[in-house]
Design a binder for this molecule. Structure first.
Ligand SMILES: [Zn+2]
Length: 103
């Protein structure tokens, strides 16, 4: 497992959620969005206590956010693999003790 820095000025180390593009019209009648393309803002949807919150992002932060999401997914995959191995070991151990009782 990689060591995780504390959160700080260097930016988030781990992030959970999904990136999406928020499209909205600002309401100004003279803005290009009134008749054409809506404004597009990158955003992160993330789960909090069973609900989904969103935070809008600056394009400059996207690379770091993507990297933090990838680190989270990698760490979670590692944990899942370790837990799967634990389940397999538990099942082997239970099967072995059943076999001993039957002898
Ligand atoms: Zn606009």
């Amino acid at each position: 497992m990689p060591r995780h820095r504390a959160l700080g000025t260097e930016g988030p180390q781990l992030l959970r959620g999904k990136l999406f593009v928020l499209r909205r019209r600002c309401g100004k009648p003279t803005c290009h969005c009134a008749s054409g393309e809506a404004h597009e803002t990158p955003a992160l949807a993330y789960p909090v206590a069973g609900r989904t919150n969103t935070v809008t992002l600056a394009h400059a932060n996207l690379a770091e956010v993507r990297a933090s999401l990838a680190r989270y997914e990698a760490a979670r995959a590692e944990l899942d693999a370790a837990a799967d191995a634990g389940i397999a070991a538990l099942r082997r151990s239970m099967a072995a003790s059943r076999d001993r009782r039957q002898v």
